[in-house]
Design a protein around this ligand. Structure first.
Ligand SMILES: CCCCCCCCCCCCCCCCCCCCCCCCCC(=O)SCCNC(=O)CCNC(=O)[C@H](O)C(C)(C)COP(=O)(O)OP(=O)(O)OC[C@H]1O[C@@H](n2cnc3c(N)ncnc32)[C@H](O)[C@@H]1OP(=O)(O)O
Ligand SMILES: Cc1cc2nc3c(=O)[nH]c(=O)nc-3n(C[C@H](O)[C@H](O)[C@H](O)COP(=O)(O)OP(=O)(O)OC[C@H]3O[C@@H](n4cnc5c(N)ncnc54)[C@H](O)[C@@H]3O)c2cc1C
Length: 593
């Protein structure tokens, strides 16, 4: 860990907390889950008395808590979690138990060795009835000796694809007793006599996941902007090949292919940052509303956070790989920083809700809207989805001479999202009319449902980007960002071209127009590219990259970096003579025979 975090401010400045978490150690650190899941769970699911008790201690780091929900056998399907919490009215305690091997909690960050508390999601049983998964605040280790408490088996799950400085762990309960009040009691309750009091909305217990999904959107922006900074800076110093014969080797950033590889990642990073700010505001507002008894925004927040999380993590994973590949051999070295950033970023396609499952959650929301549209209902004045109710232009207008604020481009994205949403809804209805039950019909439409979600999220990202750039008053900054906006929008048009061409909405000519606008934008961005990435002001220690150094002094530092490798401590490795030396000696002897 680069530096010990100062006492944590648990104000609702959720983004700063996540950012602190994030920059404290890109590849993770012992307080990750404490900060980003345990504290939000206490903030949103503990009642007043519990908050008074737990929150100050959590803020002062008097304990370290993780979020233990996923089990070896279940991560997505929370309804089938197997850990049980059975209420004993005689002692007013819950008995936590891991009945099977697959009920072993598996994956929770910092569970293996660091945490001494956990938010544990367990199936709640009281008076002989199961009420589904509920969160409990459970002590796992002695606060002084740090030894696991009686009935608790805990450890690290072993090396992973990445984030290996995080002790993701496993946890088993053997009939561990915990006080009744260790159950988070803000929404659902169990009274001393064992009676269950249900919550106003049965998904309020899931709010910590919603928080991380919302935070991940800016997290992906962070990854894309960091790695495009590395790729742009390196491409501005790396000379390779000539464009005009005899004119000398050019900076690889002058190749159109290099620009086409890197600049869209820059543009997407900005787009994701702007939507990341939006969704975090929506999260904070919704949590405030819930505190005031208003749960009306919960479904919108869930649908948008699931869709944004799935789309931005997927594009970030692809974009980081493009940035790596754009840096040739040195991009494949650990010195580049790419392996570290990639292995952290790509985990987000899985954690906090596997991407396919998340796309389908948003699709549930879209199908409800499609049903309302087919029933002739009017929109409910919600800027995120209202466009679905509207009729857009019958034909694509992106090549019209003047497109105020990219209205024609946005309408193309809206057209595609509307068409895909309604078409898959109609297919769902048709399959059921042909005799399939809803679940089977749903599964037979799942790929198209995911496409509808992607089209809807693309529309949201694009519209938010346009609206936010429009608000900028500094014209010099605005013109640079408009170049990135132009690139983003037309790049997205070409990315979804099949959908726009499929029903004849867009013509081949208009597709060519979109490509022309991309190349135009690449040219405009090129002279500003280094200043754009320098303006993010990432510290070299955050980039973890010799290639992305602000001083551009790559080659000397690459050699220094290599020489510092443990392998270079001695000229001849200790085992050389024992193995390779011996092998070659024997071979030479044999050849003399
Ligand atoms: C420019 C400058 C540069 C600056 C640069 C940028 C600067 C940037 C600065 C800022 C940087 C910040 C960096 C931060 C990085 C991020 C942090 C990283 C942390 C890493 C730590 C790792 C953490 C990882 C932790 C974990 O991984 S923790 C475990 C995660 N695990 C899951 O996520 C399980 C998934 N599964 C489910 O969530 C459920 O299983 C399931 C599928 C929903 C079904 O849920 P189920 O109960 O079955 O319900 P259904 O029957 O399907 O639905 C029934 C009904 O409920 C509805 N509904 C279901 N849910 C919900 C819900 N929530 N809310 C509301 N409704 C819901 C559903 O809409 C349906 O409504 P209806 O349609 O009926 O009306
Ligand atoms: C780096 C990392 C950190 C993590 N940290 C934590 C943590 O701190 N706390 C915690 O509780 N968990 C944590 N997890 C676990 C993570 O939340 C789960 O891995 C994730 O929710 C996916 O669940 P799963 O692994 O069971 O995959 P599965 O759900 O088994 O998914 C396997 C495949 O099946 C598909 N699938 C599953 N259900 C459906 C469906 N209904 N429809 C269509 N396709 C479906 C998925 O799309 C996927 O392709 C972490 C995971 C990782 C990788």
């Amino acid at each position: 860990m680069e530096h010990a975090p100062k006492a944590i401010d648990v104000t609702n400045d959720v983004e700063m907390r996540t950012f602190n978490f994030f920059t404290m150690g890109i590849d993770g650190h012992p307080l990750g889950l404490h900060l980003d899941m345990a504290i939000p769970t206490i903030l949103n699911n503990a009642d007043e008395e519990q908050q008074k008790d737990w929150l100050p201690k959590a803020a002062n780091r008097e304990f370290i808590a993780t979020y233990a929900q996923t089990e070896m056998g279940h991560g997505t399907n929370l309804k089938k979690l197997e850990t049980t919490a059975t209420y004993d009215p005689k002692t007013q305690e819950f008995v936590l138990n891991s009945p099977t091997i697959t009920s072993t909690k598996w994956w929770p960050g910092n569970l293996g060795k660091s945490s001494n508390y956990a938010v544990v999601m367990a199936q709640l049983y009281t008076q002989g009835k199961c009420h589904g998964a509920h969160p409990f605040f459970v002590q796992l280790r002695d606060l002084n000796t740090h030894k696991p408490l009686k009935g608790i088996t805990v450890g690290d799950i072993g090396p992973k694809f990445g984030m290996n400085t995080v002790d993701n762990g496993f946890l088993q309960f053997d009939h561990v007793r915990t006080p009744r009040r260790s159950m988070f009691m803000k929404h659902a309750k169990v009274l001393p006599d064992g009676r269950y009091v249900p919550p106003v909305h049965d998904k309020l217990n899931y709010s910590a996941m919603v928080f991380i999904r919302a935070a991940i959107v800016s997290g992906m922006a962070y990854h894309l902007l960091v790695t495009s900074t590395i790729a742009v800076r390196y491409s501005a110093i790396r000379r390779q090949g000539e464009i005009t014969p005899g004119a000398g080797e050019v900076k690889v950033l002058d190749y159109q292919t290099q620009q086409h590889r890197i600049f869209p990642q820059l543009a997407r990073g900005l787009a994701f940052r702007l939507s990341g700010q939006y969704i975090m505001k929506l999260y904070t507002q919704t949590m405030d509303d819930i505190r005031n008894g208003d749960i009306s925004a919960v479904p919108d927040l869930h649908a948008l956070s699931c869709g944004l999380k799935a789309v931005t993590t997927h594009h970030a994973a692809l974009g980081l790989e493009q940035c790596r590949m754009a840096c040739g051999g040195h991009g494949y070295s650990q010195a580049s920083g790419f392996p570290l950033h990639y292995s952290v970023a790509v985990g987000a396609c899985t954690y906090e809700g596997e991407n396919m499952v998340m796309l389908l959650q948003t699709a549930r929301h879209l199908m409800k809207i499609a049903k309302a549209i087919r029933a002739g209902q009017s929109p409910k004045s919600n800027k995120i989805v209202d466009y679905l109710f509207h009729k857009g232009p019958p034909k694509c207008l992106i090549d019209q001479a003047y497109d105020t604020n990219y209205r024609n481009v946005l309408e193309s994205f809206e057209h595609l999202a509307r068409r895909q949403t309604l078409e898959v809804y109609d297919k769902l209805v048709q399959l059921q009319q042909q005799g399939r039950n809803y679940e089977q019909a749903w599964n037979d439409c799942a790929v198209e449902l995911c496409k509808a979600t992607r089209a809807h999220v693309r529309t949201f990202l694009a519209r938010t980007f346009v609206e936010e750039i429009d608000k900028i008053s500094d014209l010099s900054i605005k013109s640079v960002l408009q170049d990135l906006l132009q690139l983003y929008l037309y790049y997205e048009v070409t990315e979804c071209a099949t959908g726009l061409l499929e029903d004849g909405f867009m013509t081949g000519q208009q597709h060519k127009y979109a490509k022309k606008k991309i190349y135009e934008a690449l040219e405009k961005i090129r002279p500003n590219a280094v200043s754009i990435v320098d303006s993010f002001d990432f510290q070299d220690r955050e980039l973890h990259s010799v290639l992305g150094r602000r001083d551009g002094n790559v080659y000397e530092n690459l050699l220094k970096w290599a020489q510092s490798s443990p392998l270079n401590k001695t000229d001849v490795l200790p085992f050389h003579h024992k193995y390779l030396g011996k092998m070659m000696e024997e071979a030479r002897q044999r050849s003399k025979i």
